[in-house]
Design a protein around this ligand. Structure first.
Ligand SMILES: [Zn+2]
Length: 90
């Protein structure tokens, strides 16, 4: 699904991560020749790419949001059982 970039941050390894409008994060590494994104290494380049659409595979997979800017409603005390929609992570 195509989603526009709304912001950026860096992960713990100093790689740039684009924050998409859908709430997912996507790495935007400049790692030639495999991934060629020279714009990501400059602040002006990143600014120009705000609003640019990236293909978000996480949306296609129905993955939970990465960003906590708009937290989902949860733990309000009435969905304590049978949370089958939780991601199994082990
Ligand atoms: Zn997404």
């Amino acid at each position: 699904m195509q989603q526009p970039i709304t912001g950026y941050h860096r992960d713990e390894e100093e790689h740039w991560v684009a924050e998409l409008a859908c709430g997912h994060n996507q790495h935007v590494r400049h790692d030639p020749p495999w991934q060629n994104r020279p714009w990501v290494v400059s602040e002006s380049g990143r600014a120009e790419m705000l609003g640019y659409f990236l293909n978000c595979k996480k949306c296609d997979q129905g993955a939970p949001r990465d960003n906590e800017a708009a937290p989902p409603d949860r733990d309000v005390g009435r969905h304590d059982q049978n949370r089958s929609d939780e991601v199994q992570d082990k």
